[in-house]
Design a protein around this ligand. Structure first.
Ligand SMILES: [Zn+2]
Length: 66
C-alpha cells in the first residue's frame, strides 16, 4: 500500500481573512469565515480598520445568536 503523501486537501484549511489578520486559530465553525473568506483579505481589513476587531467580533456573535 502506498501513502498519498501530498494529498492534503482536508484538515489544514487556510484561516479566513479575519483570523489571518487577527492571528487567531481559525476554527471549523469560525464566525468570520462565511463573511470574510481567505481570498478576500481586503474586505476584513477595511471592516477591521473602521470598527475595530472586538466590535466586529461582537456584531457577528450577536447576529448569530439571534
Ligand atoms: Zn476564521
Amino acid at each position: 500500500m502506498k501513502e498519498g503523501g501530498c494529498g492534503r486537501k482536508q484538515g489544514a484549511a487556510a484561516p479566513c481573512a479575519a483570523c489571518k489578520l487577527l492571528r487567531r486559530r481559525c476554527a471549523q465553525d469560525c464566525v468570520f469565515a462565511p463573511y470574510f473568506p481567505a481570498d478576500e483579505p481586503q474586505k476584513f481589513a477595511n471592516v477591521h480598520k473602521v470598527f475595530g476587531a472586538s466590535n466586529v467580533n461582537k456584531m457577528l456573535q450577536v447576529h448569530l445568536k439571534i
